[in-house]
Design a protein around this ligand. Structure first.
Ligand SMILES: [Zn+2]
Length: 128
């Protein structure tokens, strides 16, 4: 069995390089997220890592005013959002560098990358 940390490493390596890198099926070219070992569309196990376009559209959003994890204390108010990407996935993510009151469903967003005090880098989105 593959170690989970090792299995997700390409995602984090991509983030460190400024790329939103996700899995795509080598059989039917369906994108997959979260991490999987089999394509939900055709059942193939031929999943590969590939950089997405980094584009997205806000599907829904909410403003978080209380930190539920110490990592987020400095990020408040934090915008939680579901973002549709042209690769056919809906991602749960955060929008950064935005006044929460100005976020609208349908807003065009682009992938951005946030570095935390512990050195971790995670993909988020900002207005395009
Ligand atoms: Zn497939």
């Amino acid at each position: 069995m593959t170690d989970k940390t090792q299995a997700t490493q390409p995602f984090f390596d991509g983030a460190a390089e400024g790329k939103l890198r996700l899995q795509i099926c080598g059989g039917c070219e369906t994108w997959a997220y979260p991490l999987t070992t089999r394509c939900a569309n055709c059942g193939s196990s031929e999943l590969q890592w590939q950089d997405t376009s980094g584009q997205g559209t806000v599907y829904s959003h909410a403003k978080l005013q209380r930190a539920y994890h110490p990592r987020h204390k400095q990020r408040l108010p934090l915008v939680l959002a579901q973002v549709d990407i042209p690769e056919g996935l809906r991602l749960m993510t955060n929008l950064i560098d935005v006044d929460p009151s100005t976020v609208r469903v349908g807003d065009a967003v682009v992938a951005a990358f946030e570095t935390f005090d512990d050195g971790g880098v995670l993909p988020v989105f900002r207005k395009a």
